[in-house]
Design a binder for this molecule. Structure first.
Ligand code: GLV
Length: 329
């Protein structure tokens, strides 16, 4: 920060008052408390004279945007996933990029479990039936679900959130298997009570499959028709990470023809314009990308993003710097 001028930052979406109060102690802030998302060109214009950007996963930060913001020094994403940011393009321009790891692990793990339990016990479907008056009384074979307890949980992507999902399985007496680029430390495996298996073995053995890998070209359509047929017909698939990890059209076909039993989704390809065929299916629980959406967690994420941004603009190394290479050169 220069001695005589506070750095100027743009906050692209609505944030908490405390987030803005903190930012304003250190920066001149252009806020968007009206929460109207910027179109890409408008974002470029708004950013032209800014030193910092606090953005969300709905904003695309790419080479074209960076070119429109010659003074930009730092981009702070209010999310742990950062597939909306071209980190390489940031590095090329010497722009620091940060995310918000750690503070949302438990809330996101809770939501993955909400989807698992919801899909297993058909909770959104039966709730609809109550609301429409279709429920006329108790019957033995009414809207039968499947047990979560004592089932096998397969987690694909065993980072902090995957491990938090695994730890919750202890109380359900589940067997937990996982697949990851490489096995996690034995100590973490022990805490998660989970064993590493090959990808195809996980698909074949799991009753519940939870996806927790970050989205990237390498994980695009990690689950498509070829993987869905390798799952048990009784399997339930949970996507609590990012749209695009699952081929939604292939999943819809699998849910329709009984290739797998059910799914629980918090994220979609092209969200929020999800494939309308999902809406007609009873065997899918649909959530609107609310994995981290508790009051405490979203506040913590926004504050962590603000702290990352302020540190970067003060010339310090922000706590969650994604591209230390941006500092060299
Ligand atoms: C939410 O999806 C996040 O990546 O933080």
């Amino acid at each position: 920060m220069t001695a005589n001028r506070k750095p100027r930052v743009l906050v692209t979406r609505e944030v908490f008052d405390e987030t803005l109060d903190y930012l304003r102690q250190h920066c001149e802030v252009i806020d968007n408390q009206g929460d109207r998302p910027y179109a890409p060109e408008a974002l470029g214009k708004a950013l032209a004279a800014c030193d910092g950007l606090m953005c969300s996963l709905t904003d695309r930060v790419d080479a074209a945007l960076l070119a429109a913001a010659p003074n930009l020094k730092a981009v702070a994403n209010i999310a742990v996933g950062y597939n909306n940011i071209d980190v390489t393009a940031c590095t090329v321009r010497g722009v620091m990029a940060t995310n918000t790891p750690g503070v949302l692990d438990d809330s996101t793990a809770d939501l993955a479990w909400t989807l698992m339990l919801g899909a297993a016990r058909r909770i959104t479907e039966v709730e609809r039936r109550v609301r429409t008056g279709e429920w006329t009384g108790w019957r033995l074979k009414q809207w039968l679900g499947v047990d979560v307890h004592h089932a096998t949980l397969g987690i694909i992507g065993m980072g902090r959130i995957g491990q938090a999902i695994a730890r919750r399985a202890v109380g359900f007496d589940m067997k937990v298997i996982y697949h990851n680029r490489k096995p996690i430390q034995p100590e973490l495996e022990r805490k998660a009570n989970a064993s590493y298996v090959a990808f195809d073995a996980l698909l074949a053995q799991s009753d519940f499959i939870v996806l927790q890998v970050p989205y990237s070209p390498a994980t695009h359509h990690l689950i498509g028709a070829a993987q869905l047929v390798k799952m048990k017909p009784s399997a339930i698939l949970i996507n609590s990470t990012r749209g695009g990890v699952v081929d939604d059209a292939a999943l819809i076909a699998a849910l329709k023809n009984g290739t797998i039993r059910a799914a629980g989704l918090d994220v979609y390809e092209n969200e929020p314009k999800l494939n309308p065929e999902f809406l007609a299916l009873d065997n899918v629980v649909l959530a609107p990308h609310v994995g981290s959406s508790t009051e405490a967690t979203r506040q913590a994420m926004a504050m962590l993003a603000a702290k990352n941004l302020v540190a970067a603009l003060k010339g310090e190394t922000p706590p969650n710097l994604l591209n230390p290479e941006a500092l060299r050169g």
